[in-house]
Design a binder for this molecule. Structure first.
Ligand code: HT7
Ligand code: ZN
Length: 876
């Protein structure tokens, strides 16, 4: 397979000003007629006189140039292209291309495909070339006019980008609708939808007084699950006006929910297409976390209208330009909507558990990659989540106002353009008069920097010297990396746990400051300190780095009690529990008897005896670090010891603090069904945290507590939490509850996904056999990405003990599924392979087993380039 390099970028040889598309839609046979108005790009230096358009899986029916049919000698067709010889070099010309496609046969869900009874498109990154021949690259921006023709009964609703301009009836019970998008856009933002859909409507009045019609399209049985998505959309529209001064530009904003979708959602201009998972919610079918994700994803796609659509990417290496920035914007939005502290912790938790692993493994790449085989493999945690952290660091360095000035300049300068990450940083520099040359290294350097911090207090002078050293480990293709520009936010605490002011470089004293680390080693002198303070490092997780420092359990308990930074307070709880668990892991490995360190019991008791306003935050303080985070702290991951040690701590805490957990449970247990405010969410969260601890006791009382909650649950959060407690313990009603749940929800696909995922991620013995049985279940469907993720994905990515079974059965299972899935959907198959990429982190035996299945995948005949790239780079 061919590798594409950023260094080879050159401007397009031709421009396409206008695109007039006509679709005659049928599920197995759709005819596409494209009239392209082209011109040679005056900026192109290429001597090439040919016009090469990209196209895949297309059946070409005819080509005309300026009204004259071309004969077969005037063009050449390959599996991936159509080249017109002697294309006009001067002036505007029109190319008419007619081709047919088969949406029903398209199980890869790129281009035009069928989902249930509807037809829909997914064009990012390179799906448009599966619809018609085109210059399928984001720096070719065109105005689109689209006419859809279809059977009236099968496809009563016909949608595309922009505004509906005309419609009419045809003979044979057919009809047509024409759409026009006034904004030039790259073809990856093109969309069409046809189907039997119901529409939920609302309106939004923009800050300049324009009325926007908001429409959500779903299948009839889902009409009662759209209220939250609609409210989220209105919240996002208002928020973008208030925080970024950005207003929506068309008169219509449409969202369509589809059941078969490779990712979460897609920001097509004026016509977003969403995975149903990120639209549909009713209190009895969706959990609080589903509600939060829906609001986040609706916001994300809406925010793309500016950060992605009005200003787009020059090429796919710049993907983080739109994705990192938009994730940062959606994180800010969700933080403003609920609890900033909780949102930040959840985001960092995910980043550290998953992106840090990616950055330390064989697939590590900079947020702006330099080479790829298959661009779909680069929609990664690094591009999205680390990309958002890089934007957040700009926000930290420039301050809120400076960052906003930079954004305003960026949008004003580049509106209607396809630009680069460098252009984004330049706007930040120019708006703020700052030099960000060194900061730009974050875009090109892979790997998670490590920060060593030291402090030296001199009682005589009252000075505290802070010394920071940075080092970024080698990653594939990158060694000896130069230092980065890292913002390190700090605060000080005195021995009574109060804020100690920071006096640095003669500046006025402040409660908190950002140290700008630019050298490999750098010292900062803080003055006027009567006693040695405790430093609270990297507040709010101000940079995506690993801080290396030893803290005693007592020091961590002190920070857990007194740090005024909500992130670092939680961080102290994680490190404290992490250290206790790490000691137990060592005990297990040495065959020693296990006893619980009383420090953690004291720390938890203190937390449990306090009053908390933000109960969601309180539950996070009580949550033990995830197994994946604990694994990231070990040189050689020992999945069994991690699991055993963590379960031991959970159960021991439950035994010692049973009365507290039970009291908290009772105080917060209400039969609430439809409440989705911070108070109700917090109550459910803390209550279910308590239930989680109590269920480890496996007493008659704890079992009836979870069973009672399961039977009386008035919302999905409570129902899932209790079912999870039951499934992950020796509960006598386990099988009955699982059956009852299935019977109750068999007609709700998204709930059945939860049912699969819960069983696939259970740590209880016998899970692997269960997963194999579930693969044969009538509700399992390899063609549905959500179902695959909920069974194969949950087992391989959220069930370390069973997936990493010593006999390699989990690895073989995954390889079998990847190979089968690859024939249908290479994109999703490739994502499943990532569960195997961390093989170097395990013991020798497991390493051999994982390598062998990766090799088996690579050696499979006709394996896709998607899977080939992920598997072969994993082994490299
Ligand atoms: N920009 C969208 C990316 C996306 C996508 C990429 C590859 C294949 C399928 C896809 N579906 C959506 C989503 C987003 O980040 O907003
Ligand atoms: Zn996005």
């Amino acid at each position: 397979p061919q590798t594409i390099y950023l260094k080879d970028y050159s401007v397009p040889e031709y421009l396409i000003h206008e695109v007039d598309l006509n679709f005659d839609l049928g599920e197995e046979h759709t005819v596409v007629v494209a009239r392209l108005t082209l011109q040679r790009n005056p900026q192109s230096q290429s001597p090439n006189q040919e016009l090469t358009l990209m196209g895949e899986d297309l059946n070409l029916l005819g080509v005309e140039l300026d009204g004259t049919a071309l004969h077969a000698q005037q063009y050449v067709q390959t599996d991936t292209s159509l080249t017109i010889h002697q294309a006009p070099q001067d002036g505007i010309f029109v190319l008419k291309i007619e081709n047919s496609i088969n949406p029903k046969a398209n199980t890869a869900f790129e281009g035009l495909y069928q989902s249930s009874t509807m037809l829909c498109t997914q064009c990012e990154a390179e799906g448009f070339r599966k619809i018609t021949y085109f210059l399928d690259r984001p720096d070719v921006m065109s105005r689109f006019k689209t006419t859809l023709v279809a059977d009236k009964d099968k496809y009563p609703v016909l949608l595309s980008n922009g505004n509906k301009v005309e419609q009419g009836e045809l003979a044979g019970n057919r009809h047509w609708v024409s759409w026009e998008d006034p904004f030039a856009k790259p073809c990856y933002l093109f969309a069409l939808v046809a189907g039997q859909l119901e529409c939920i409507e609302d309106r939004f009045v923009t800050m300049s007084g324009r009325e926007i019609s908001l429409q959500i399209y779903v299948e009839a049985h889902d009409v009662d699950k759209c209220d939250h998505a609609m409210q989220s959309l209105k919240n996002a529209m208002r928020w973008d006006e208030e925080v970024y001064g950005r207003e929506y530009d068309l008169d219509l904003y449409m969202i369509v929910a589809v059941g078969h979708f490779n990712m979460g959602a897609m920001e097509n201009k004026g016509l977003n297409i969403f995975n149903t998972k990120f639209v549909l919610a009713r209190p009895d079918t969706a959990t609080d976390s589903d509600y939060e994700h829906i609001e986040g994803v609706i916001g994300h796609e809406y925010f793309h209208n500016w950060s992605g659509n009005r200003v787009t990417c020059r090429d796919w290496f710049q993907l983080s330009l739109k994705e990192g920035f938009t994730v940062f914007r959606d994180q800010q939005f969700s933080g403003d909507r609920a609890s900033k502290a909780v949102k930040r912790i959840e985001d960092v938790n995910m980043l550290r558990a998953r992106q840090f692993a990616e950055d330390a493994g064989p697939l590590a790449h900079p947020i702006r990659p330099e080479a790829y085989i298959e661009i779909n493999n680069f929609y990664t945690l690094t591009v999205y989540e680390k990309g958002a952290e890089v934007v957040r660091m700009l926000h930290t360095l420039l301050g809120g106002e400076g960052f906003r000035k930079g954004c305003d300049l960026y949008f004003q300068r580049h509106d209607g353009q396809a630009v680069t990450c460098d252009d984004f940083v330049s706007a930040m520099e120019d708006a703020n008069g700052r030099d960000l040359t060194q900061f730009r290294r974050w875009y090109s350097q892979a790997g998670t920097p490590q920060l060593n911090v030291e402090q030296h207090y001199d009682a005589e002078s009252g000075q505290l010297e802070l010394t920071l050293r940075q080092h970024c480990p080698d990653t594939p293709g990158q060694t000896d990396k130069p230092p980065l520009h890292i913002p390190v936010k700090i605060g000080l605490l005195n021995s009574r746990g109060q804020v100690e002011l920071i006096k640095l470089d003669g500046r006025p004293p402040v409660e908190e400051t950002v140290l700008e680390l630019t050298e490999a080693e750098q010292s900062f002198a803080l003055s006027g300190l009567a006693e040695q303070p405790t430093v609270s490092w990297l507040r709010g997780f101000s940079a995506p780095v690993i801080v290396k420092m030893q803290r005693s359990l007592e020091e961590l308990a002190f920070l857990l009690s007194y740090d005024s930074d909500t992130f670092n307070r939680w961080e102290a709880s994680q490190q404290l529990a992490g250290q206790v668990i790490a000691d137990l892991i060592a005990d297990i490995q040495q065959g020693r008897e296990l006893t619980l360190n009383p420090v953690i019991v004291e720390a938890y008791t203190k937390l449990l005896e306090q009053q908390w306003d933000d109960l969601s935050y309180f539950s996070l303080l009580l949550a033990l670090p995830d197994e994946s985070y604990l694994a990231s702290q070990m040189d050689v991951i020992d999945v069994d010891a991690i699991h055993q040690a963590r379960e031991f701590v959970k159960k021991s805490l439950a035994e010692r603090l049973q009365a507290h957990f039970l009291r908290l449970y009772r105080e917060n247990h209400r039969e609430e069904s439809g409440q989705f405010d911070a108070g109700a969410i917090g109550r459910r969260r803390i209550k279910n945290t308590c239930l989680h601890y109590l269920s480890t006791l496996e007493t008659g009382d704890s079992q009836s507590l979870s069973l009672r909650q399961f039977e009386g649950a008035a919302n999905m959060t409570d129902q899932m939490a209790s079912l999870s407690a039951i499934v992950n313990s020796r509960h006598p009603a386990k099988q009955a509850c699982l059956e009852q749940f299935y019977r109750q929800w068999q007609d709700e696909d998204l709930v059945i996904d939860k049912w699969f995922a819960l069983q696939a991620s259970s740590h209880w013995p016998g899970t692997f056999a269960k997963v194999q049985q579930l693969l044969q279940h009538s509700a399992f469907d390899m063609k549905n990405p959500n179902r695959v993720r909920s069974l194969v994905g949950a087992f391989s990515q959220a069930n370390p003990v069973h997936f990493h079974a010593r006999d390699g059965s989990g690895y073989h299972f995954l390889a079998d599924q990847v190979i089968a899935l690859d024939k249908l959907n290479p994109q999703v198959a490739s994502r499943m392979v990532t569960a195997l990429t961390q093989w170097r982190r395990y013991d020798d035996e497991r390493q051999q087993l994982m390598k062998a299945v990766l090799q088996r995948i690579i050696d499979t005949e006709a394996i896709s380039t998607d899977v080939f790239e992920t598997a072969s780079k994993s082994l490299a």
